[in-house]
Design a binder for this molecule. Structure first.
Ligand code: PNS
Length: 169
């Protein structure tokens, strides 16, 4: 055992950050000395929020937790994890349906970098059906996303709607 701080990477798109993500990050912050919310810079996707906006949101939401850091990365996750000297990659598992994809990623990441361990954490059951994709869809179709995302995200979503449809209140 060394006294090296235990650093975990919690990677994802976070477009937008949901209360399920927040729940996992808060739980992770209790397990690790530092947890890095690592936002993927994905040039292929049409994002709802830019990476800079997503970073600003996450920094504000976790301003009260000194063990939480927010960063962005591109390229292979394992290369980023290696550069950061991470002990673990944290991923949330909501349901069995997440399992197959997550297992493939975990085993591929292990093959690429066997010193970093993927750790799965379950969010509170009240968030087990919440995903960024559904939040985006529900919001785009006029549904209520209160309680599914942090209030800051809700406010930014509303602002983005006003920005995209001027004159609408
Ligand atoms: O929020 P998501 O879309 O579930 O996150 C997926 C993410 C960012 C963890 C995954 O796409 C990823 O790690 N991308 C970086 C590129 C990479 O390392 N690909 C190989 C994964 S086995």
């Amino acid at each position: 055992m060394t006294d090296r701080p235990r650093l975990a990477i919690y990677p994802g798109s976070f477009d937008p950050l949901t209360n399920g993500h927040v729940d996992i990050i808060r739980r992770g912050a209790r397990l690790f000395d530092r947890i890095v919310v690592a936002i993927l810079r994905n040039i292929e996707k049409q994002p709802l929020f830019s990476v800079d906006e997503r970073m600003a949101i996450a920094r504000e939401v976790f301003a009260d937790l000194p063990g939480v850091e927010v960063d962005a990365f591109e390229g292979l996750l394992v290369d980023y994890a290696r550069r950061r000297g991470a002990t673990a990659i944290v991923r949330g598992l909501r349901a069995i349906s997440d399992f197959e994809y997550e297992m493939q990623m975990a085993l591929m990441n292990r093959r690429l970098h066997e010193d970093v361990e993927t750790v799965f954490m379950m969010p509170a059951e009240s968030y087990s059906y919440v995903s960024s994709r559904l939040v985006k869809e529900v919001f785009a179709l006029g549904g209520d996303v209160a309680g599914l995302v942090p209030p800051l995200v809700e406010a930014r979503l509303r602002a983005s709607r006003l920005r995209d449809t001027p004159g609408k209140r």
